[in-house]
Design a protein around this ligand. Structure first.
Ligand code: ATP
Length: 309
């Protein structure tokens, strides 16, 4: 069993739906008190993994421990130690904000005074202090999302799972939610385990695991992951991408890839290479972009595809 410094550990965790392998042999270690981003394209197996970690889905094979308890043998213990915010909204639209919090506290057996104190303390940082009496159906989508996060914390969980935390939020609210989640980690030691297919969301996490086709691709801090790619990416759009890819490879000795975005290549100093490239090519160049590595480049590096595609 993992120690207190480990929030989640999986060993060979797998889930089959019939013959469909949704998650395959996942070995994962998530340190406690950090934000952990589980990044992957649609259908990668993120929701299935979280379902197993939250004890909602039974693994087909392998083991997993969450907050020190085994997800199958100690499922009740796991449930008491985690908070979950699902992709779909699960709020009762007829309750007020405070009633939603108190109902959740009641489900976890929190006594009345403690429930109210915890609720009040959680609503304030989510910007909901003055909304306590408002009925859920009258709240905007973004405000409901913030309420769902506050509600999932009312029983003091050690690990908070959030499926796509900021989907549908405006940029300002997205930043506020992110700040609050970070605060939860730093000041209260809560581990935030979020799933996302948004690169920007993952960029803000302390650690990131990239999942594709049910399997772990790579894992580390965003900086560590990007250091593996290590170079600028130059993307050329030309009148003949296949020809240019071949010519660049031949003349500059750089590996190239062609795709819907054009011809991509990696080099330590993209800005310096561009004028030399343009001077050397005999095919008209329509556009050139130079970007520093992103997590999408990391995904491309490991899988040959971009998350966006
Ligand atoms: P998204 O971001 O779209 O939610 P995801 O990464 O969370 O994607 P999952 O929802 O875990 O991915 O799905 C992983 C794979 O398992 C997909 O191919 C999906 O079609 C399949 N799948 C998920 N749930 C079931 C189910 N109940 N029965 C059969 N197949 C399923």
């Amino acid at each position: 069993m993992p120690g207190d410094d480990i929030a989640v550990r999986t060993e060979g965790l797998s889930k089959l739906y019939g013959t469909r392998e949704a998650v395959v042999g996942l070995d994962l270690t998530v340190p406690a008190g950090r934000t952990f981003g589980f990044l992957g394209p649609n259908g990668a197996g993120k929701t299935t993994t979280v379902g197993m970690l939250c004890t909602l889905l039974r693994p087909t094979l392998g083991d997993a421990w969450v907050a020190g308890a085994h997800v199958v043998r100690e499922a009740t213990r796991v449930r008491r130690r985690i908070g979950v915010v699902f992709q779909e909204q699960t709020l009762d639209r007829d309750l007020t904000v405070m009633e939603s919090m108190l109902l959740q506290a009641d489900l976890y057996g929190l006594p009345g005074a403690a429930a109210r104190a915890a609720s009040t303390a959680l609503l304030a940082p989510m910007g909901l202090a003055d909304r306590a009496g408002q009925v859920v159906r009258t709240l905007s989508g973004g405000t409901r999302r913030r309420l769902e996060i506050a509600r999932a914390l009312v029983h003091g969980p050690r690990v908070l799972f959030i499926d796509e935390p900021t989907t549908g939020l405006d940029p300002q609210t997205r930043a506020a939610v992110r700040d609050h989640l970070r605060l939860l980690c730093r000041e209260h030691g809560v581990t935030v385990f979020l799933t996302t297919h948004h690169l920007e969301e993952a960029e803000h996490c302390d650690r990131v695991a990239i999942l594709d086709d049910g399997a772990l691709v790579t894992e580390g801090s965003p900086q560590e992951l990007k250091a593996v790619v290590g170079a600028d990416v130059v993307t050329l759009r030309t009148d003949d991408d296949e020809f240019v890819a071949e010519a660049v490879h031949r003349s500059f000795g750089l590996p190239t890839k062609t795709g819907p975005d054009g011809v991509r290549l990696r080099t330590p100093d993209g800005a310096a290479l561009v004028p030399r490239l343009c001077a050397a090519l005999t095919v008209p160049v329509r556009s050139v972009t130079v970007t520093s590595p992103t997590l999408d480049d990391v995904f491309l590096h490991h899988t040959g595809r971009t998350i966006r595609s």
